[in-house]
Design a protein around this ligand. Structure first.
Ligand SMILES: Cc1cc2nc3c(=O)[nH]c(=O)nc-3n(C[C@H](O)[C@H](O)[C@H](O)COP(=O)(O)OP(=O)(O)OC[C@H]3O[C@@H](n4cnc5c(N)ncnc54)[C@H](O)[C@@H]3O)c2cc1C
Length: 343
């Protein structure tokens, strides 16, 4: 293939784009990453609870972004709860913006060029048009998130299954070492609620598949006793999480990674580790990326568990949480913080 001005051109300057750019530049490809904003990163629109084992796999220096260490989870059904706790930390809560900036800094240190305020608008056979210039490429990597312009412009199939999340973050120290997960099919249809202690703050939120009801559910969420005790609202936002992998993630020399590819766990919504593994696989395999990635069945198994959880009403969840004989606590223990439970 004739070498273009960018052998690998990455659209999106957040976590998965940063990891892809780092891997690509490390391999010696002429690498360019474009980001539509004047800054990189998701601006912290993420709880950023990540398993330490997963973080090791993606090889980022995450230590400076750690806000709190987590030892386990308290799983609440409507009337009962139980705890799963380990002796050592199983996950960390991160400052998501710092993590994204670290990924981009590592890419730059390897030689990737970062172009800010540069928005993908159109894809042609061997170049893209942006709001600023035309850039040639050999391989185009769409790391442009859930609403991926790369996927839309290149005609990839749509991701239909998604949850809309609301997150409210409150100022004030919270050094608790357990996260709280609320399984309640009336309050959070199609997903769950959470309280995540983040050291200098508390991240609370929920997701739902009932997108039109989000404001109503949000109003009720903020009135719940466990949420009302947090007083100083610092930030709130809404954002989508894909709940299924896109059926196609590659069309010849156009590859999708991260949320653009639907590389999130349908059980927990976690996408930092899997999206970054998607980035690493994409750069390593290039023409064989889709084939290689689709061999990985973990996300499909998470989807299966999600479908089972979706069928459970509150009575069933109460009964399951009460009954350790069902082995339900073992399932949740594993889903709660592990990225690799099915291997
Ligand atoms: C409420 C919430 C909580 C979450 N909690 C967790 C969690 O605890 N743990 C976890 O692992 N995951 C979590 N996730 C999921 C995680 O945030 C995503 O999976 C992750 O951000 C995906 O990264 P990405 O790089 O693929 O996309 P994004 O982070 O969405 O980044 C896409 C980038 O592309 C840029 N872009 C978009 N369009 C263009 C364009 N046309 N041209 C140029 N640039 C463009 C954007 O500006 C952005 O910088 C959560 C998500 C939500 C919504």
């Amino acid at each position: 293939m004739e070498s273009k001005s960018s052998e690998i051109l990455i659209v999106g300057g957040s976590i998965t784009g940063g990891v892809a750019a780092r891997e690509s530049a490390k391999k010696g490809f002429k690498t360019t990453l474009i980001e539509e904003h004047s800054y990189v990163g998701k601006q912290g629109k993420c709880t950023a609870l990540v398993s330490t084992s997963g973080l090791k796999k993606i090889g980022l220096k995450y230590e400076n972004a750690v806000m709190n260490e987590i030892y386990g989870a308290v799983i609440h059904s409507k009337h009962f709860n139980f705890s799963v706790v380990k002796k050592t930390p199983v996950a960390v809560v991160l400052d998501r913006q710092k993590l994204d900036e670290e990924a981009i800094a590592e890419a730059e240190a390897e030689g990737a060029k970062i172009k800010l305020r540069t928005k993908l608008e159109k894809i042609n056979e061997a170049n893209i048009q942006t709001n600023r210039q035309t850039i040639e490429f050999n391989w185009l990597v769409g790391a442009d998130g859930f609403s991926s312009t790369t996927a839309k412009t290149a005609g990839f199939p749509e991701i239909k299954e998604k949850v809309l999340c609301y997150e409210a973050e409150f100022k004030g120290r919270n050094d608790e070492k357990m996260v709280h997960v609320y399984l309640d099919s009336e309050a959070y249809p199609g997903f769950f609620g959470w309280i995540v202690p983040a050291g200098s703050e508390t991240k609370t939120g929920f997701g739902t598949t009932e997108i039109k009801k989000i404001r109503e559910l949000q109003g009720k969420f903020l009135q719940r006793s466990e949420i009302k005790k947090f007083k100083n609202l610092k930030k709130q936002f809404h954002a989508f999480i894909p709940m299924q992998e896109r059926e196609r993630i590659q069309k010849n020399n156009i590859l999708l990674i991260g949320d653009a590819a639907g590389q999130t766990k349908p059980t927990t919504g976690g996408g930092i580790v899997f999206g970054s593994l998607g980035a690493i696989t994409a750069i390593e395999k290039l023409e064989n990326y889709e084939k290689e990635w689709m061999k990985e069945k973990t996300l499909k198994k998470h989807l299966l568990v999600r479908k089972i959880l979706d069928k459970m009403d509150n009575n069933f969840t109460d009964a399951a949480i009460l009954s350790s004989n069902l082995g339900f606590n073992k399932i949740l223990e594993k889903i709660g913080d592990m990225d690799f439970i099915f291997k």
